[in-house]
Design a protein around this ligand. Structure first.
Ligand SMILES: NC(=O)C1=CN([C@@H]2O[C@H](COP(=O)(O)OP(=O)(O)OC[C@H]3O[C@@H](n4cnc5c(N)ncnc54)[C@H](OP(=O)(O)O)[C@@H]3O)[C@@H](O)[C@H]2O)C=CC1
Ligand SMILES: C[C@H]1O[C@H](OP(=O)(O)OP(=O)(O)OC[C@H]2O[C@@H](n3cnc4c(=O)[nH]c(N)nc43)[C@H](O)[C@@H]2O)[C@@H](O)[C@@H](O)C1=O
Length: 306
């Protein structure tokens, strides 16, 4: 297939491109300079020029809890504009298949865990990432509406849990939990610090998947696109507390010290564990253990420093 990947310079995009399955396809991976998704005209022209068989939409304004709180308007408007521009451009060019990336942030903050796809839009969203979630939900629904009303269009949404891995962002202003921990542990180890600060009391829970597993799951679903439901979670099926992630990383990175807790920092959702029943039915599961994922992420971090 000829596949257009947006966001090819990001963590998910790069993991998709580096996966062995990518070699089976002709990939079109425009840079942001070649494809500014905030412009409908430029997006539409590029999609028409390539007319791919499938678009995988990985571009977005993406960041952890701090970045989301700092710029809710940007997370709402930019993700909404990028999403609608690529989806409507795909429709205008007659592209029949599109795989949109949503997020576990689309679920209501008090929804019962594990989170099932039909629980989207059943309650109030988590305030720390409401702008981002509103954009993600709207674009997912746009895909659903087009698929439901245009027989030749099959636009579907994958909703991954939190991700980490090679090509992650380690700057504390934008990082998610796991890359933040990797950098904190490295700094503590190399600077001989005897304590590391955890945001919040460390009891909230998160589900994190290694990004190359997420890429593996995405390619697996591309091969079974017809069987893929309209919206589907992509998860590991279990979660850990924030304290447990810090402890696991300390072991892998080899730092021995004390943890302190900063209770003034935001903690977000208490838990967002995805139901993996649909992905399991389709026969896919991630393979990388948390420890191995942290090790590979740390190696990537070290390599990127030199
Ligand atoms: N990371 C995570 O934990 C999770 C991510 N997701 C979703 O997965 C997808 C990919 O995330 P991830 O790879 O982590 O994000 P990254 O921040 O690593 O990558 C974002 C990508 O989007 C591109 N981009 C941003 N703005 C524009 C624009 N205006 N025009 C064109 N391209 C643009 C970036 O380009 P450039 O390099 O030029 O900035 C980059 O390639 C997103 O939809 C995200 O919401 C879902 C759940 C969890
Ligand atoms: C995937 C999803 O991710 C985002 O939501 P989030 O899961 O809340 O984001 P996070 O990974 O940044 O934090 C996870 C938890 O970890 C705690 N925590 C401890 N210490 C650090 C720390 O040092 N840094 C960070 N970032 N978090 C820390 C932090 O307080 C929180 O309780 C969405 O905004 C949105 O971007 C989205 O799609």
């Amino acid at each position: 297939m000829k596949i257009l990947i947006t966001g090819g310079s990001g963590m998910v995009g790069k993991n998709l491109i580096e996966h062995a399955a990518a070699k089976q396809h002709e990939l079109v991976v425009p840079s942001r300079e070649e494809l500014d998704l905030l412009s409908y005209e430029k997006t539409s022209d590029l999609v028409k020029a390539h007319t791919p068989d499938l678009i995988i939409h990985c571009a977005g304004q993406v960041g952890g809890i701090h970045a989301n709180i700092a710029d809710p308007a940007g997370f709402l408007v930019n993700n909404l504009d990028m999403g609608r521009n690529i989806v409507l451009s795909a429709q205008a060019a007659g592209v029949s298949k599109l795989l949109n990336l949503g997020s576990s942030c689309m679920y209501p903050r008090l929804a019962e865990n594990p989170l099932r796809e039909e629980q989207v839009l059943t309650g109030e969203l988590e305030p720390t990432n409401e702008g981002y979630a509103l954009a993600k939900i709207t674009v997912a629904r746009l895909c659903s509406y087009l698929s439901a009303t245009k027989p030749n269009l099959h636009y579907k949404t994958l909703m991954p849990c939190n991700l980490f891995g090679k090509h992650d962002k380690f700057d504390p202003k934008v990082s998610h939990l796991l890359p933040a921990i990797v950098k904190k542990m490295h700094d503590a180890k190399t600077q001989g610090l005897d304590s590391v600060e955890i945001w919040g009391d460390g009891t909230v829970r998160r589900e994190f998947m290694f990004a190359s597993d997420m890429a593996d799951g995405t390619w697996y679903m591309v091969d079974r696109f017809e069987r893929l439901p309209d919206m589907m979670n992509l998860g590991v099926g279990h979660d850990y507390s924030i304290n447990e992630y810090y402890e696991a990383a300390a072991k892998v990175i080899g730092w021995k010290g004390k943890f302190t807790h900063d209770l003034s920092k935001p903690v977000g959702m208490k838990q967002k564990l995805l139901s993996v029943s649909r992905q399991t039915e389709l026969g896919w599961a991630p393979k990388t253990s948390l420890e191995e994922g942290i090790q590979q992420t740390y190696q990537f971090f070290l390599d990127s420093q030199s």
